[in-house]
Design a binder for this molecule. Structure first.
Ligand SMILES: N[C@@H](CCC(=O)N[C@@H](CS)C(=O)NCC(=O)O)C(=O)O
Length: 234
């Protein structure tokens, strides 16, 4: 049994999609990051970086319990454990890693900063809004060019690179899908997969982030995610 510690966030959705696609037995342990669950001693014992998601695999390598965080590492672990969604050909496998790293180092952080300054920050900072909005558009263009030449990010195979990327694009596709037709076609093909459709709803019964339309951030939410509670010495 694998436990996914996470909530209704893009990063947890990547892992829910993978667990469903790969057919693992798993359960959700809901972590409410707006309430500060990620800052509790119990959660910090799993991930000292206080970020979700984390997986706990009771049947890890050698039959030992494995605790793992960072979505790129989790996706690679699950792909290797299942033997699926990672090309076996060495060149194609490396291209899959490339697009996975592009998501975790580029799309994730940059789209996150864009959401922060355009939607969450209490004050408007025009420079930051423009800097991250333009960077998001540039990254969307890179994706659109790739998906013009290939059906999936890694090539002809659907892989963990696609699973990593879609959850970060929901708002961009709703707002700008017409400008990025190849990304829109790929996103629609992904959403037709039952595992993706279900994975994108992980934890939504409990709470939502801006990617799902959350509005009305309070000062307490800001203190937990970006202010004094986030940065308290522990
Ligand atoms: N690089 C990390 C990013 C994880 C991350 O930023 N998670 C967010 C939710 S999408 C979180 O848990 N934030 C809580 C916090 O910052 O306190 C990964 O890929 O796992």
């Amino acid at each position: 049994m694998i436990t996914l510690h996470g909530g209704a966030t893009p990063n947890a959705r990547k892992i829910a999609i993978a667990l469903l696609e790969m057919g693992f037995a798993w359960r959700l342990d809901y972590v409410d990051i707006l309430a500060g669950d990620q800052l509790t001693p119990a959660f910090l014992a799993l991930n000292p970086n206080n970020k979700t998601p984390v997986i706990v695999d009771e049947d890890g390598p050698g039959g030992e319990r494995l605790v793992l965080w960072e979505t790129g590492a989790i996706l690679l672990y699950l792909a290797e454990k299942s033997g699926r969604f990672l090309p076996t050909d060495p060149a194609k496998r490396a291209i899959c890693w490339q697009w996975l790293m592009f998501q975790v180092s580029g799309i994730g952080p940059m789209f996150g900063q864009e959401a922060h300054f355009s939607h969450y920050a209490k004050d408007r900072h025009e420079y930051a809004i423009e800097r991250y909005s333009r960077e998001v558009d540039r990254l969307m263009r890179v994706l659109d060019q790739r998906l013009d030449e290939a059906a999936w990010l890694a090539g002809e195979e659907y892989t963990i690179a696609d699973m990593a990327t879609l959850p970060f694009l929901r708002r961009q596709l709703t707002e700008k899908g017409g400008r990025f037709p190849n990304v829109a076609r790929w996103g629609a093909a992904m959403m037709e997969r039952p595992a993706v459709a279900e994975g994108m709803t992980v934890g939504v019964a409990r709470a939502e982030t801006i990617e799902g339309g959350l509005t009305g951030f309070t000062d307490e939410h800001r203190a937990i995610l970006w202010g004094d509670r986030q940065h308290a010495q522990r």
